[in-house]
Design a protein around this ligand. Structure first.
Ligand code: SF4
Length: 289
């Protein structure tokens, strides 16, 4: 396998074969994201990708999951993605899930029929970063999509019946907008109703615009107590039907995991316990959902 630069993948793809179908991210302008700053975006030649798959087959005896990277691999033409999926099916019959990163624009650029075709060829999960459901924050972080577009993209993936995993970033609104971030993110998640929701905590990376804003005092980081209060507000206002929730990334202060809605109270009680024992927090109505 040939890899270019640092390769990122979601935590749940830790044991997957990673195949770079793009290099970098076509957008590459989010103010908090330094993942692909050093890469000039391009789509790899299809022949190279197919060669990599053949090489991997010769090297690995069993591959159960494959992840297509980099940043927004779903931006490939559907015909090219289909060729890759056919090849995976031919070479790795034991593979039971193919995952991919996608931006909302990538999803909106595909028709529902195209997404269904990709699903039928084995595309088994789409990872899409929501980051925040707040229009104001999406604009501030230069996500390149509106709240409405985010909802449309999320709903389209759901309609295609490809499992959808979304991520939110705690603290992205700073001290000024934490409540807006929590409430509007909960609203968007409740509207889309994804299958998986990951909650990361904002980490400031060198070389990003957000790092500059922070050093100029134009952005304020939340402290751990404020992060907990934001998570509590977000969870209290999230209404989904069957969503695996994870907030156990290395960036998180406290590891939380469960399935929503049934584990909502357990998760909130865990937050309540941390807030009261570690931060002397008091709120008599806290346990009422
Ligand atoms: S957050 Fe996603 S869309 Fe934004 S620059 Fe990073 S990889 Fe690209």
């Amino acid at each position: 396998m040939r890899y270019e630069g640092v390769v990122y993948r979601p935590p749940s793809e830790a044991n997957s074969l990673i195949v770079q179908v793009t290099i970098g991210c076509a957008h590459n302008k989010c103010t908090f994201c330094g993942m692909y700053k050093g890469k000039k975006f391009r789509i790899r030649k299809i022949e190279e990708i197919l060669e990599d798959l053949i090489q991997a087959r010769n090297y690995y005896s069993r591959v159960e999951k494959i992840f297509l990277a980099d940043g927004d691999a779903l931006c490939l033409k559907t015909e090219d993605l289909k060729q890759i999926l056919y090849k995976i099916r031919e070479l790795f019959p034991e593979c039971n899930r193919i995952g991919i990163y996608a931006t909302p624009k990538d999803v909106l650029n595909k028709s529902l029929e195209e997404l269904i075709e990709l699903r039928d060829l084995g595309l088994g999960i789409i990872y899409m970063g929501l980051e925040s459901g707040s229009e104001k924050i999406l604009k501030e972080i230069n996500k390149g999509v509106t709240k409405e577009e985010m909802i449309m993209a999320g709903k389209k993936v759901k309609e295609s019946k490809i499992p959808l995993s979304m991520t939110l970033i705690s603290g992205l609104g700073g001290k000024e907008n934490w409540k807006k971030h929590a409430l509007e993110s909960a609203e968007v998640i409740s509207t889309i109703d994804p299958d998986y929701l990951g909650l990361l905590t904002l980490m400031i990376e060198d070389g990003t615009e957000l790092r500059d804003k922070l050093s100029k005092d134009e952005f304020s980081l939340l402290n751990p107590k404020e992060i907990m209060l934001e998570t509590k507000t977000m969870l209290q206002n999230t209404y989904v039907t069957n969503c695996i929730f994870r907030s156990n990334h290395a960036s998180n202060y406290v590891a939380l995991k469960g399935t929503l809605p049934q584990d909502k109270e357990i998760l909130l009680n865990k937050i309540y316990e941390i807030l009261t024992t570690e931060y002397n927090y008091k709120d008599e109505n806290f346990r009422i959902l």
